[in-house]
Each structure stands twice: as C-alpha cells, then as structure tokens.
Design a protein around this ligand. Structure first.
Ligand SMILES: Cc1ncc(C[n+]2csc(CCOP(=O)(O)OP(=O)(O)O)c2C)c(N)n1
Length: 614
C-alpha cells in the first residue's frame, strides 16, 4: 500500500499537493488499477492512459459542482478513485460500475457505456447553464476514436452556435480505438501531433514575450504564423470549428495539463485541448499493444500477462462466428465483411488479415456501417456486417429505412446477444428482437449451439429479400463444436414429442437447449433456431397443445415472447401461454449467472418451475 488512501480518497487533498506529490499519487493509482484489473478484469489500457489527466482534472475542477463527463466512461477508474470510490469491487455484482454511472455517485453526471454521447450531452448541459445562470464548468473527455463518430461530429458542428456556456473538450489522443486508429480524422490528428506549427504551444512563447514587455512582437509573430499557416496548410478541422484549440500537449505531464486547464477556464469561449497520451501507460505489454488485447482484459498474471482463467477446452461463440466468416469468404467470392471498431471483440483479426481488400473496419460508426452495407448489397455483393447487439441499437433507422425497405440481402451477425455479464446495463444485448421484430422483411436466426451457428453463417442465402440476422450469444461451448460433419443439416427447430402430452416447451438459445435436454421425455419439447417467420409445421404443432411454455433468457419479454404470444393469438390458439423472458428493464452487472439468477431465468429455476406445472 502506498502513502495515499486510494480506497477512500478525498479530492480536496489535491489542492495541497505539489507537482511531485501528484506524480507520486499518479504512479500509485496506476499500480492500484493494474492490481484491481489483473484480478477482476476490466478496461486496462484506456484507464492507465488517463491517470495523469484525471489527477489534473480533479485538482482544477470540482467534480461535484462542475460537470466532468467521460465519453464511454470506460476510462473513469482514476476519477472514481479520486472521488472517494473503492474500485476493488469494480464490475462485480453490486460493486462499482466499469463506466460512469449517475446511480453510483454525485460526481458522475451521466451514465455512459456507449460511445460519443458526451459532447452532445455536454452542450445540452451548457445550454441549460446559460438559461439558468449557472457558472459551473462543463468538461468533456473524449478519445480520438469516439471523437470521430457521427454523433460527436454533429454536436461539434453546433458548438458555440446555440446559446450556451463555454465547454472544455479534452481530446484524449492516443492514436488508438480498441486497436489502432483508422480513417482520415485519425490520420489528420496524427499530422497535427507531429506538425511544427502545432508542436509549440503558443502560450510558452507568449509568456516569454510578456515577461519582457514585448507582447506586441509576439502578436505580430502570431499573425504571421497564422498567415503562413493558411498559406501553406489547408485549415484543420479545429480551425473550422468555432472554438479555440490548445495543444497538442503531453497528457502525462500533470502540471502542463493543469496550466492548460487553467487557461481554458479563463477563456470565455469553448475550447478543445488536444492531449497526447499513451494507451496502457506504465504497463509495458499494454503500451506496446497495437491489436487491442489490453483494452478490455480478462484477469491476468501481472508479470507475464498470461490470463489466470484459461479454458483451453472451450471456445466462444464469437470465435466460432469469426472462423465461419473466414470459411465463408474462402468459398464465396462475393462476400465482404464490415466491422464497426469491434474487429478484436468479434474475433475477426484473422479474416481481416487474410482478406484486407474484402474486409472494412469503419471505426465507431454503426450507422455508417449499416448504410455502407446497403450500398454494397445494391451493387450485388454479399455484405456481412458484424455488430454487437447493443451498439446496433444506434442504427434503428438505417435498418428499417434502408435495409428493410429496399429489401436488401445482407447478413448481419449480432454479437453478444443476451445477458453479457460484467459490462452491465449499457451492454446487455437484450433489446434487439424488440427492435427488429417490428421491421418488415427481416429474418432472425438464433442458433442453439456452435455447430448451428457455423452452419447458419455458411448457408446464409442472400435471397430472403431483406436482412438475415444471426444472433450470437456471449457464451462458450465445447471445442468439439467447432467442427461440422459434412452432412450437418440446418433446421428451423428440433422437435421431441412425448406421447399423450398436450404441453409444449419452446426453448431459445443455449440455455433453452439446456432446459430442452432436461425436460425431454417429460413434455413435448422444441428448441428453435429461427425467431421470425415461424414455419407452418411449427404452427401445426403449437395448435395441438393445451399449454405452451416459452423460455427465452436472451431478450426482454416485449421481444420474442410478445411475438409468439401475438402469433398464437392470430393462429386462434386457445390454450394457455406462459413465458419466461427478461423483464423490460436495465439489468445491472454481475456474472452472467448472477444476472440470470437475479431475473429468475437461470436454467435450474426455470426447469424447476416447469416441472411444478407438470
Ligand atoms: C456506440 C459504441 N460502439 C462501440 C463501442 C465499443 N468501444 C468501447 S471503447 C472503444 C474505443 C474507444 O476509443 P477512444 O475513444 O479512442 O478511447 P480510448 O479507449 O482509446 O481511450 C470502443 C470501440 C462503444 N462503447 N459504443
């Protein structure tokens, strides 16, 4: 344990610390974050990168009075420590959230998790402050990848345009999204980081001239510099925005960052402070990582970096989906793959590496990705879009208006559907069926095991007259499931009848399959592979029952359960329909099993209840 109490820190102490004490504090915090994340897992490298910035922020602003917003909020661990929170329970059930969260502390002014919301929300706050004569400050910390998203750019376009108090935007530029940054804004930022004109901070010169009473020389020089700059360089994005730009500066130099924060506070106009940081600062393996391995880490051993919980006999469904996509591209020359900044999470590295011309990472741009896929399909290709279910929510209108309305044949892999565990409420993939269920021309598949998943990807027909969606749970399966036998057949559902029974169990997903295995022989049992356009032979079976019991732990009850209930009503089903599905609410973090138990949807409880009914 270091000198500082990092489990119950009082940020007021920062006021009395000199710069070397602050540096020492930052080092202690870095080690503490490493200790906690190596034990619990979590967003390691983003957090190590903003330790110094967070110390500077909490010494220059009042976290309770001012509004300090961290975009995505995954990098707020130091901020949480400095505002008195013990992060050793981070991402655990009932513990500290892995993101900023208004339920957790009055120092968290937003609940985050999805990227690029901070500038828009910050501008809204600043507009309210103008109307309310509130002089508190609004500070937004946003990473270079989140900064490139449409929502962030739309907000930036209005900066100082509406009546608002000034905001301070800190652009935390580490050149990385989860893996290496991409796109022209990323390239432009890199140019700024290395360009001579932006290298020297104007303030340093100004102070030197001021001290000698030669401010007028500085002013002439500054005008010449601007004239020269516009003669030789096209204006940068920052020049065209109606706000001041300061930087780029070393984001690991606490006193320097503080100096710039002070300067920004004094300007009566919105300001962007461009800081350069190293993602993973202080942990060599993370500093050197270009692939995003250390962005979100599972528990690991600090010296070697080796994961402490290794399960070589299992494989994630996302992994299997990545492998199947590789096979699809091998066999189908029309197939192309698109990802929105989740290449690593969706296990697409290998296919991106093998087919660089047929694979596109568009950065954190889900809406663009969906419409790009529309364009690819309109030209006759077989586009395959990989999106996390939770981030696909961004693209509701593009799905409906562009893909469904134009009846475009595209394949969309919805990764991380269902409960996802430690990331909690913002990341649960449980709302997609409710979203897609209302859209004409969609076909939704949900494989109940790894083999089915592979087969669905390989067999996607690109002829259904609309998007085909395959839902992929955040689950692990036996490694043997990675292999298909040549004659493996894809069916919409499996049916195991029980003689003389008039009760039917209907299961969805891996847990549905597990319940199906426990219940078979006790009542009629069906496990589904498809969740829309239910086939007519299934209708016939359902109409013969007195009671139908649905178990879907992967979506809210206004999703598939509502769909089945309505479908049965339309068919004229007169028996009883019971459903075990997730309540329409935000489900907080825990292990996946804890989340299931919290909602009474773990297999054991559901099977027990069904046995009671029987
Ligand atoms: C809408 C949305 N898409 C994708 C993600 C997943 N995600 C979380 S952090 C991150 C990278 C953020 O990079 P950057 O903004 O540069 O911040 P850094 O982690 O490098 O500090 C991504 C893609 C998300 N949280 N929200």
């Amino acid at each position: 344990m270091g000198k500082n109490n990092l489990k119950n820190f009082d940020y007021h102490i920062l006021q009395n610390m000199d710069s070397s004490q602050k540096n020492e504090l930052a080092e202690e915090i870095r080690q503490h974050i490493l200790d906690v994340v190596s034990f619990n897992g979590g967003h390691l490298s983003s957090n190590l990168g903003v330790v110094d910035l967070s110390v500077a922020l909490c010494s220059q602003f009042d976290p309770y009075r001012d509004d300090i917003l961290f975009d995505v909020g995954h990098q707020a661990y130091t901020y949480k420590i400095l505002t008195g929170r013990d992060i050793s329970t981070i991402r655990q059930k009932d513990g500290i959230s892995g993101f900023q969260d208004i339920q957790e502390s009055d120092a968290d002014k937003i609940s985050a998790g999805h990227s690029s919301t901070s500038i828009a929300i910050g501008l809204g706050m600043a507009t309210a402050k103008k109307l309310q004569n509130d002089n508190s400050k609004t500070v937004i910390v946003i990473g270079d990848a989140a900064f490139q998203n449409g929502l962030a750019l739309e907000a930036l376009n209005s900066i100082n345009e509406t009546e608002q108090k000034p905001v301070i935007i800190i652009l935390n530029d580490n050149g990385m999204a989860i893996s290496k940054g991409r796109g022209y804004i990323s390239k432009g930022l890199k140019e700024i980081r290395t360009s001579v004109f932006y290298q020297r901070s104007a303030g340093r010169f100004k102070n030197a001239f001021d001290r000698r009473g030669l401010t007028w020389i500085y002013n002439i020089g500054k005008h010449m510099k601007n004239a020269l700059k516009s003669l030789f360089f096209r204006p940068t994005l920052f020049d065209t925005l109606n706000c001041d730009y300061l930087g780029p500066i070393d984001g690991h130099n606490i006193s320097k960052v503080e100096t710039f924060l002070k300067r920004a506070k004094a300007i009566d106009k919105s300001v962007i402070i461009h800081i350069k940081t190293t993602k993973g600062k202080g942990y060599k393996l993370a500093e050197e990582d270009e692939d995003g391995y250390w962005h979100g880490a599972s528990p690991f051993e600090q010296d070697s970096g080796i994961p402490t919980k290794n399960h070589p006999e299992t494989v994630s469904l996302s992994h299997l989906a990545g492998d199947a996509l590789m096979q699809r591209l091998n066999e189908d020359p029309l197939s192309v793959v698109i990802s929105a900044a989740m290449v690593k999470g969706a296990h697409l590295e290998e296919v991106f590496c093998k087919y660089p011309k047929r694979c596109f990472d568009v950065g954190i741009s889900e809406e663009y990705a969906i419409d790009m896929v529309a364009g690819l399909a309109l030209k006759g290709l077989h586009p395959i879009l990989s999106l996390y279910s939770t981030f696909a929510q961004r693209g509701y209108d593009e799905f409906l208006h562009d893909l469904c309305r134009m009846e475009l044949n595209v394949l969309i892999i919805f990764d991380r559907v269902g409960l996802v565990g430690r990331d909690g409420a913002s990341h649960q993939g449980i709302f997609d069926i409710a979203m897609l269920g209302s859209m004409p021309n969609t076909t939704i598949y949900h494989p109940y095991d790894g083999k089915m998943l592979i087969k669905q990807i390989l067999d996607a027909s690109f002829d259904t007259g609309g998007p085909e969606i395959i839902r992929v749970e955040r689950s692990y399966v036996d490694i043997c499931e990675a292999k298909l036998t040549p004659r493996y057949i894809l069916r919409d559902f499996e049916f195991l009848p029980k003689a003389n029974s008039k009760k039917l169990f209907l299961g969805v997903g891996l847990l549905g399959k597990s319940a199906y295995d426990s219940l078979k022989g006790k009542l009629n049992c069906i496990i589904l592979n498809k969740l829309s356009k239910l086939p007519s032979d299934l209708d016939e079976i359902m109409l013969q029952q007195d009671e139908i019991i649905l178990y879907d732990s992967t979506s809210v009850e206004l999703g598939f359960a509502s769909y089945v209930s309505l479908h049965l009503a339309k068919l004229g089903f007169t028996g009883k329909f019971t459903s075990y599905a997730l309540p329409v609410k935000f489900i907080e973090k825990g292990s996946k099993q804890e989340e299931l138990m919290e909602t009474n949807l773990d297999v054991q409880s559901v099977v027990k209840k069904i046995m009671e009914i029987l």
